[in-house]
Design a protein around this ligand. Structure first.
Ligand code: AMP
Length: 225
């Protein structure tokens, strides 16, 4: 299954993608995680990307495309993947289409998580990530067993710098102007499924799973779940 998760920051893409990995036996590929790793490793790409990420604006397409193209070449992505946070611009969507087409492949499904802005701000302010393994938590909706520590690896939980309120507002604006047009783009290609992203993690997960099953039974996907 080649799946894209679309939605504004804080819509729950990362949380759902982490869970879907096991179900679909396909890796989550999160452009934000790839970029944060490049920043941590102080690569030249990472250093350039950091300025944009700190402001909450988009990293230039060519930098993101380089990372994604490399990651899609890894053997674990050969039979399917869950893209989280990519594509974010029409140019990225076109480039992804071309990358896949070169290998005779295409996307099976694009899920757009629909969440009102007020809910997003509430969610992002409580969001915490494990420094060590990247697992995600929420101080209210999905708290770790021990405050500040990851359930999986006991790593320290932190709040991302770009989850500060002003940066979040900028990221939501950027989503509206640059990423939202992708909904129509994928709708026109018959790939889009809009899913209500409000409710329990479990409910949202089941909504996504139903959409995947619908596509799988229609046939034509890269790998059935
Ligand atoms: P995320 O973790 O997906 O919220 O991404 C964090 C930040 O990384 C974003 O605010 C952007 O600055 C950058 N970023 C992540 N994915 C992309 C992308 N596909 N295109 C451009 N910038 C991106």
């Amino acid at each position: 299954m080649r799946l894209v998760l679309l939605g504004p920051p804080g819509a729950g893409k990362g949380t759902q993608a982490q869970r879907l990995q096991e179900e679909l036996k396909a890796p989550q590929i999160a452009s934000g995680d790839l970029l944060r790793a490049a920043v941590r490793n102080k690569t030249s790409l990472g250093l350039e990307a950091k300025r944009y990420m700190d402001q909450g604006t988009l990293v230039p397409d060519e930098l993101v495309l380089k990372l994604i193209e490399e990651r899609l070449r890894d053997p674990d992505a050969a039979r399917g993947f869950i893209l989280d946070g990519f594509p974010r611009t029409l140019a990225q969507a076109e480039a992804l289409h071309e990358m896949l087409e070169r290998n005779g492949q295409g996307l099976d499904l694009v899920v757009a998580l629909i969440v009102p802005e007020q809910e997003i701000i509430k969610r992002i302010s409580g969001r915490r990530t494990c420094k060590n393994c990247g697992a995600m938590y929420h101080t209210i909706f999905d708290p770790p067993r021990n405050v500040g520590l990851c359930n999986k690896c006991n790593g320290e939980l932190y709040q991302r710098d770009d989850d500060a309120e002003d940066t979040v507002k900028m990221r939501l604006e950027v989503y509206d102007t640059q990423t939202r047009p992708l909904l129509n783009y994928y709708q026109d290609r018959g790939l889009l499924k809009r899913i209500d992203g409000v409710g329990s993690l479990e409910d949202i997960y089941h909504r996504i799973k139903s959409a995947i099953e619908e596509v799988s039974t229609k046939g034509g996907c890269a790998q059935k779940p």
